[in-house]
Write a protein that binds this ligand. Structure first.
Ligand code: BES
Ligand code: MN
Ligand code: ZN
Length: 465
């Protein structure tokens, strides 16, 4: 999809001209004012399409309701542009022009809505999905378009990676992609090195698979970084559950268990273009959780990088084991802040559904900041408690802790487990995207499949430092 800035989008020869309509206000378009029915009031999401019969350069004009002008915000624009784009795709449009009459800085959320709605994962389909290929806009700055494009491309990369089958998106493949990112210094640690670093928890999870594990360390930095941040993505390229194998229905989408890793790769890709004045470490402990004669077993006792021991209670609680070692590694880098993002618990999905990701950590102010940034970027977060009660369930008779407690309160229990591997002086936030990373059916701007959860929030959090 190519976005072109033109003098006047209204005058462009194209398939669909998209204009806005505010509730209680006429549009600036005479044709729409002449023909729109009374029922088209401009309520959010209302659509009116008119064939212009050659009275206009555009073949069709699509007016989209945005509600009351004074109530406009990024979310209303993004969601409604997405709706207009889906309608334009239905109309088989190839080229669209967007002409919004508003003082609101609409272009960034508009392009986000556009690129989210115009996405399909059809790499493996012989017959490709219909897409918009040309977009014309006017009265916007080239800089804003470029920024939105960069975020859009990162989101697309993250979605593609999580949509790819596990046979393609292997630990080695993620490592290869990380190494190919422009302007990012990447170091890959192979199995012997991972062992040497003392990552006994991560290695145990990887043991059952013929795919070798990779610990991926990407680094972006500006000349005088104001802050040092580590972002860690859960990188389970496939989660079968291991010996505590999942039932078929629960295993079906487990190629998405590296959505956190996909998010981190997407974010790192954009940093070289956005050039924020920070240092960012992107970390992924990539592996597969498989049942085999070499798998780790219930009852095994593992030693994590910080020396703490873990009794394996359930091999399906593998994500927290890989993250434990990655968190230790991040804290040893001496960063100011660590954010981990993971498809960690079914419990989080049960609690919050696809509407919001869970967030928790050791610093309420830090968490609040991320939640606020998320609100403007179109991603919702809900803070979950970190109470000692959840940790008490994980006491072990033979090791420092077990890797699971009771199923109830599972999202907070996983958070309390991770906390054991975080140095107190480091600000840490844990984001559980089990419910938001992958959709069983279309939802809001998104089609079925991967959503690129976290990319927009982490990018705007990092760039607003
Ligand atoms: N990857 C899963 C969590 C998950 C579930 C992500 C559904 C997306 C959708 C994780 O590794 C897992 O299996 N968690 C277990 C933990 C349990 C054994 C304590 C779960 O949530 O059932
Ligand atoms: Mn699991
Ligand atoms: Zn998992």
């Amino acid at each position: 999809m190519e976005i072109k800035i033109v003098e006047n989008a209204k005058e462009i020869l194209c398939d669909v001209l998209i204009i806005n309509k505010f509730e209680g206000k006429e549009t600036s378009n005479a044709l729409v004012n002449r023909f729109a029915p009374k029922s088209f009031e401009g309520k959010p999401g209302q659509i009116f399409v008119i064939h212009t019969q050659k009275e206009y350069p555009a073949t069709e004009i699509l007016a989209i309701g945005l509600g009351k002008e004074q109530e406009m915000d990024n979310n209303i624009i993004r969601e409604n542009i997405a709706k207009a784009i889906k309608k334009s795709i239905e109309l088989k449009a190839k080229s669209v022009a967007i002409d919004f009459s508003t003082d609101y800085e609409f272009i960034i959320p508009a392009i986000m809505g556009l690129s989210i709605a115009n996405y399909h994962f059809d790499k493996y389909k012989t017959k490709k999905e219909h897409r918009i290929s040309e977009v014309y806009v006017s009265n916007v700055s080239g800089q804003a378009v470029e920024l939105a494009n960069t975020i859009g491309e990162s989101l697309k990369l993250a979605r593609n990676l999580a949509n790819e089958p596990a046979a393609f998106a292997t630990p080695s493949k993620l490592a290869e992609i990380a190494q190919g990112l422009e302007g990012i210094k990447t170091v890959i640690y192979d199995e012997p090195k991972i062992k040497e670093m003392g990552m006994g928890a991560f290695l145990a999870v990887a043991k059952g698979s013929s795919q070798s594990p990779k610990f991926i360390h990407m680094k972006y930095t500006s000349d005088n970084p104001k802050k040092r941040i580590a972002i860690i993505g859960k990188g389970l390229c496939f989660d079968s559950g291991g010996l505590d194998i999942k039932p078929p229905a629960s295993m079906l989408n487990m190629k998405d268990d590296m959505s956190g890793a996909a998010c981190v790769i997407g974010v790192m890709k954009a940093l070289n273009q956005l050039k924020p004045e920070v240092e960012v470490h992107g970390l992924i402990a990539a592996c597969e959780n498989m049942p085999s004669s070499s798998s780790y077993k219930p009852g095994d006792i593992l030693t994590a990088k910080n020396g703490k021991t873990i009794e394996v209670d359930n091999t399906d609680a593998e994500g927290r084991l890989t993250l434990a070692d990655a968190l230790c590694y991040a804290c040893e880098l001496g960063v100011d802040e660590v954010i981990d993002i993971a498809t960690l618990t079914g419990a989080c999905m049960v609690a919050l559904g696809t509407a919001a990701a869970g967030i928790m950590g050791n610093d309420d102010e830090f968490i609040k900041n991320i939640i606020e940034v998320g609100k403007c970027s179109g991603e919702k977060y809900w803070q979950l408690p970190m109470w000692q009660e959840y940790r008490d369930n994980m006491n072990s008779d033979v090791a420092d802790m077990k890797n699971t407690g009771t199923r109830n309160g599972g999202a907070s229990a996983a958070g309390m487990f991770l906390k054991e591997f975080v140095t107190d002086s480091v600000k840490w936030a844990h984001i559980d995207i089990a419910g938001t990373a992958f959709l069983d059916k279309p939802y809001k701007e998104f089609c079925k499949g991967a959503t690129g959860a976290g990319v927009r929030t982490l990018l705007s959090y990092i760039t607003c430092q």
